[in-house]
Ligand binder design. Structure first.
Ligand SMILES: NC(=O)c1ccc[n+]([C@@H]2O[C@H](COP(=O)([O-])OP(=O)(O)OC[C@H]3O[C@@H](n4cnc5c(N)ncnc54)[C@H](OP(=O)(O)O)[C@@H]3O)[C@@H](O)[C@H]2O)c1
Length: 326
């Protein structure tokens, strides 16, 4: 089968290769991959050299080609979408093995490219809001990094949860995108945030989801979080976090890593199957809209290099997808 893999750490090391097609066992599905999306995890993982060619990619849509002997949720021919498991080979290959418990049915109203844009970011935002912060409706939420992949679906999920959403964006195109997705207010993360929050008539916000760099925003987060509020972080901090401001307010600090359930094979890993199916229902009913902004074809090293470059520029709006193998 065709695949794109890296050994070195630079973008140029992404190379077209041929690999044997794997066969499924246990709860694994063998998926014929039709489209893949690219996330910052791909560029971060690429920065670790690999002794043997390593396939990246943790966002895919495709069709089940074969199933392992313990599979109960899917059958060959089913259209699926999923993010996968960072401890296993990624999905930048024609065929790919993934545990059925972290796979959802592809939204019927979407083509494979549109569907591939959704899973990783939707799982992250869902788990951040519902499983980690356990948000309650009619409260305020600040999403730092509103126009990126996670923010784009996060704004919409937060609106479904009944929250008042303040998203951050710093360019006219990203401000417009956040508003289009339903953010109630948009403020600029490159300017002091307190005066902008006060201009909205607020002193604090009940929840803060930081979907970008932590160190840069941590002081503002500590200042803006409401007493007894909750904060979720999805990116690692480089410097030790000063927690005094947050501790004084008895606010919760939550971490969200969407690969945790698969990595540790937690007993509840099937929750990702369930949430992806719920997200598919909401996409099909029009409650959620797609976040795909740019498609490259086919899936090969040349286009994957372009995608990694774009991701590393930090200027993504919504999602970028590669589709097809010819
Ligand atoms: N823990 C997890 O499970 C998990 C899952 C997914 C992603 N992540 C991590 O979360 C981060 C975001 O992922 P993503 O897919 O949303 O990235 P992305 O799509 O590349 O994000 C791009 C957006 O980031 C905004 N941005 C750039 N610099 C910023 C800054 N200093 N402060 C706030 N926003 C800034 C930009 O908005 P403007 O152009 O308006 O500035 C741009 O729209 C990445 O570090 C990724 O690795 C973690």
């Amino acid at each position: 089968m065709k695949a794109v893999a890296h050994t070195g750490t630079d973008i140029a090391s992404l190379t077209d290769i041929e690999l044997p097609t794997p066969s499924p066992s246990g709860r694994d599905l063998l998926v014929k991959v039709e489209a893949i999306s690219v996330n910052p995890v791909d560029t971060k993982q690429r920065k670790t050299a690999s002794a043997t060619p390593r396939v990246l990619g943790w966002d895919a849509a495709g069709t089940v080609a074969a199933v392992g002997n313990a599979v109960t949720l899917f059958k060959p021919g089913d259209a699926v979408y999923y993010a996968g498991d960072v401890t296993r080979p990624g999905c930048n290959s024609e065929f790919h093995l993934v545990d059925e418990r972290i796979v959802g049915r592809k939204p019927k109203s979407m083509d494979f490219a549109q569907a591939a844009a959704i899973p990783l970011t939707a799982i992250t935002a869902w788990e951040a809001f519902f499983d980690r912060m356990k948000v309650v409706k009619d409260r305020s939420l600040l999403i730092i990094g509103g126009a990126g992949g996670v923010g784009s679906i996060g704004i919409q999920l937060a609106k479904i949860a009944g929250l008042s959403v303040i998203a951050t964006a710093s360019r006219s195109a990203t401000i417009a995108w956040c508003k289009e997705l339903g953010a109630d207010h948009v403020i600029d993360h490159r300017k002091p945030m307190r005066p902008q929050i006060e201009a909205l008539g607020l002193k604090h916000v009940d929840y803060i989801a930081n979907f970008n760099e932590v160190d840069e925003h941590w002081a503002a987060i500590g200042d803006l979080i409401a007493p007894q509020g909750a904060i979720v972080l999805i990116v690692g901090n480089k410097n030790p976090l000063q927690v005094d401001a947050v501790r004084a307010k008895s606010a919760a600090i939550c971490f969200e890593l969407m690969f945790t359930r698969a990595r540790f094979q937690t007993p509840d890993m099937i929750e990702q199957h369930k949430l992806l199916n719920q997200v598919a229902d909401w996409l099909d009913s029009g409650k959620l809209r797609g976040t795909l902004k740019e498609t490259l074809a086919p899936i090969n090293a040349t286009n994957l290099r372009k995608a990694h470059e774009k991701l590393e520029s930090g200027t993504m709006i919504g999602k970028l997808v590669l589709k097809g193998w010819t």
